[in-house]
Design a protein around this ligand. Sequence first.
Ligand SMILES: [Zn+2]
Length: 57
Amino acid sequence: MTKKFACKNIGLDCAFNAEAESEEQLMAKVSEHAKIAHGMAQIDEPTKAKIKAAITE
Ligand SMILES: [Zn+2]
């Protein structure tokens, strides 16, 4: 099952979206994007929880 995430799913005004075969791979892509586009060197736990809740299949 493909996992999908879009920044707008968590209320960010950003057109980024990603998909991957597993939640782990998806989180890696999202982390990379968060670092580059949102200046988050590390995704904090509340944000991580938000992202995981917003992942669709
Ligand atoms: Zn974004």
